[in-house]
Unconditional design. Structure first.
Length: 336
């Protein structure tokens, strides 16, 4: 059997892993603390990583160097990378340097915002990859426009993960609170944005559950911002705990690519704190809306409107068997 290495480093990567795949897991340490890392391995019943590199989020160069050393030692036949994190690009580049084939899970996404590091991570990984596994038809078309031909439409692996849990979460009683997350550098490194965001949310007088990301927590402290009394700061939540909280919320507000999609899967209205999204399929102007920075001060008015429950498109993100299709391709190509 061929040796496969999966490179992960952040929450979205962990969620996309398939525990049944025969693989060596390498954790770069991008999300290094227990609340953002170990808790997901426990919740998702994932195998313990064989390697944990302990590399800082921004130190892609160090990630590449350490991954190259591991690939030299382990000599894998295939390296799998996931999503758009720094760990994704680092894994793809390190594998390319050692002439090891790469498979990219969740390939083909584009936001058309070159100011976002995640956009470069996607493009680099897609163009290096031998196999690109796309979650949607839009992703396939994006790669075709860039001249690539090595793509497979398999569906969304996050949809695989969430589908069997939806009935369980629906048993919880809906509550009138807002579920908030915010972590992207272009948002949380901007003092004015954070000030306007918290001021607007304070004006709503509604209860807000805010699992604060370590980066955001640090910036709030650095900027000496005072949060309004209606915002309840809690530690980052585990996978199922977070989904349960989203399901029971009246509205989700986030700048996360993964959580905006999870809100859609769970049938919850969502305000996306960005100018654009790599998931254009879900934005409908009635239940899933983009809120660019210049409109953040108007959040109170937006939230006062009657946000509708999103209608989930039939098979838009596949049939819940994306990983089964991925493994069929890996077997056909001689990697399983």
């Amino acid at each position: 059997m061929s040796k496969i290495i999966s490179v992960v480093g952040a929450r979205p990567n962990f969620i996309k892993l398939d525990s049944s795949l025969p693989q060596i897991i390498v954790h770069t340490g991008q999300h290094y603390d227990d609340e953002m890392s170990a808790i997901f391995f426990r919740d998702l019943h994932l195998p313990k990583p064989k390697y944990n590199l302990g590399v800082n989020d921004c130190d892609i160069g160090n990630m590449i160097q350490k991954l190259t050393e591991i690939f030299q030692k382990e000599k894998p036949r295939l390296v799998i990378v996931y999503g758009d994190a720094n760990s994704t690009a680092a894994g793809a580049i390190a594998a390319y340097q050692k002439r090891i084939p790469v498979a990219h899970v969740e390939a083909g996404l584009r936001s058309s915002n070159r100011r976002m590091l995640e956009e470069y991570n996607r493009i680099i990984s897609d163009h290096i990859a031998t196999l690109n596994f796309c979650p949607t038809r839009t992703a396939v078309e994006n790669l075709k426009r860039e001249g690539l031909t090595n793509m497979y439409l398999v569906g969304d692996v996050m949809y695989d993960r969430i589908l069997p849990l939806k009935k369980k979460f629906k048993k919880g009683k809906r509550q009138d609170y807002i579920y908030l997350t915010c972590h992207r550098a272009e948002n949380v490194d901007d003092k004015q944005f954070l000030f306007l965001l918290f001021r607007a949310l304070g004006k709503t007088k509604r209860r807000i559950i805010f699992p604060v990301h370590p980066r955001t927590k640090q910036q709030i402290k650095t900027f000496r911002l005072k949060l309004p009394d209606n915002i309840e700061v809690v530690a980052p939540l585990g996978y199922e705990q977070g989904l349960q909280a989203m399901t029971q919320a009246s509205v989700v507000i986030t700048d996360s690519g993964g959580m905006q999609k999870e809100a859609y899967f769970l049938g919850r209205p969502c305000l996306i704190l960005r100018r654009e999204t790599e998931w254009p399929e879900i934005v409908d102007g009635k239940s899933i809306l983009l809120v660019p920075p210049e409109h953040v001060r108007g959040l109170e008015k937006i939230l006062s409107n009657n946000l509708q429950k999103p209608r989930i498109g039939s098979k838009l993100f596949g049939d819940g068997h994306a990983w089964k299709k991925i493994k069929q391709v890996l077997k056909k190509e001689g990697f399983l």
